[in-house]
Design a protein around this ligand. Structure first.
Ligand code: PMP
Length: 416
């Protein structure tokens, strides 16, 4: 594995050495330097992650848990070692609470199926907010449709902040679960999750946090957050796709039936009855994504080596710089102006459809996301079909911001 870039924190954040860790950033797009500003959709991987996955594939791969041979044991050690690495990162009490999934979406669906559905009945309520990603809306709609429960939605204001009083008022004796994002992917709003958890727990209601956007921007100390479920995806944290995590409080996980049946989630099977495996394997039916887990562990090592606080400060500086410069582009409106924002700049430019904007920016080597960002209710709230969204990560630099702003001015000229 590559040695991490040196002296990043001693003399300030050394963006050039961070960028050098990400091989893809060296490529050109349409003859331009690549300004990759779409990390909220999927972050790029550092060489350390690519090499960790390669090392696993080259030296360790076999199926896990079942074999007595050396490679199976090496694969099992790598996979279970990755679980322990995630536990430490999240500050969870036990590795039994760390379940590998395909990503945030599957983690939330797991809770919706195995925890919520058996407990919900007509009149029961699930409480979410208006700024959720579809992954934290649709599984609850499906659970409500199957059980007769009702989905309640706490409103946001014009800045894209949660209206906390209304959220609190919606917590009722029938609320069975609160499920909220830690950070909105569409607007960048950081939700007041500590207050949310406190208010819900005061009424005995468990809380699921969708950490897909929260975990890359400051990490998650689950014992401090005190939530009951936490979901995130590796690919937003500089890790591979197809792997993510569901954290669940052990007592809750124990009460839950398995979600999917198959190999690995059982201790014994016979036609007279099946005994399920212990945690966490009870929720991991079938051969898991071992190389993905190894890549996730390497990504966590990488991020912690950089220092989550240093990365956060760097991203906040870029966000402030980009926001100030963007507001000088005629007709540009920032969507989402919460006081506490992660490194996401969502905007529209009068007279230019976001998709056209995205295409023009792409021709300048600037990768941003355009569309509804899988958060259609947020778009409805602002009366927009779509926004353009630039998002910043550990490897972005001042040149990326200049390239973005230059391309926005160019787009204005094209449409003038
Ligand atoms: N929640 C949020 C807030 C997200 O940003 C995303 C990804 N855009 C998801 C959930 C879903 O993540 P995944 O597609 O990796 O399952």
């Amino acid at each position: 594995m590559m040695a991490p870039a040196l002296a990043r924190t001693a003399v300030g954040y050394d963006t050039a050495s961070v960028r050098a860790d990400f091989p893809i950033l060296a490529r050109e797009v349409h003859g331009h330097r690549l300004a990759y500003l779409d990390s909220a959709a999927s972050a790029q991987r550092p060489r350390a992650v690519i090499e960790a996955v390669d090392h696993y594939e080259t030296h360790c791969h076999a199926n896990v848990h079942r074999g007595v041979h050396a490679l199976s044991q090496a694969a099992t050690d790598a996979f279970e070692g990755a679980r322990e690495r995630v536990r430490r990162f999240l500050n969870a009490r036990s590795a039994k609470e760390i379940i590998f999934t395909r990503g945030t979406t599957e983690a939330i669906n797991l809770v919706a199926h195995a925890w919520a559905r058996p407990r919900l009945g007509p009149g029961d309520e699930i409480l979410i907010t208006w700024l959720e990603h579809h992954a934290n809306i649709v599984p609850w709609q499906m659970a409500c449709a199957a059980t007769g429960a009702t989905l309640k939605v706490a409103p946001i204001d014009e800045r894209g902040e949660l209206r906390f009083d209304e959220f609190e008022a919606l917590l009722s004796p029938r609320t069975r679960l609160v499920a909220v994002a830690q950070v909105s992917n569409a607007l960048g709003t950081v939700l007041p999750v500590a207050r949310i958890v406190k208010a819900a727990h005061a009424r005995g209601v468990p809380v699921l946090l969708d950490g897909a956007q929260g975990v890359p921007h400051g990490g998650a100390d689950l014992q401090a957050l005190d939530c009951d479920f936490y979901a995130f995806s590796a690919h937003k944290l500089y890790g591979p796709t197809g792997i993510g995590v569901l954290y669940g409080r052990e007592a809750l996980l124990r009460e839950m039936p398995p979600w999917q049946g198959g190999g690995d989630m059982i201790l014994s099977v016979s036609f007279s009855g099946t005994t399920y495996n212990d945690l966490p394997w009870k929720f991991e039916a079938g051969t898991p994504n071992m190389s993905g887990a190894v890549g996730l562990a390497a990504a966590i090592d990488y991020l912690e080596d950089l220092g989550a606080a240093a990365v956060h400060a760097h991203e906040q500086r870029l966000l402030a710089q980009a926001t100030t410069a963007a507001l000088e582009v005629p007709g540009l409106r920032v969507i989402g102006t919460a006081a506490d924002k992660a490194a996401v700049l969502s905007f529209t430019i009068e007279g230019i459809h976001p998709h056209d904007l995205g295409t023009i920016l792409d021709s300048e080597g600037v990768a941003i996301r355009t569309g509804h960002h899988c958060a259609m209710p947020v778009m409805d709230f602002f009366g927009l079909p779509a926004t353009a969204r630039a998002s910043f990560a550990c490897y972005n630099d001042d040149a990326d911001v200049s390239q973005l702003i230059g391309a926005l001015h160019k787009a204005r000229e094209v449409f003038a």
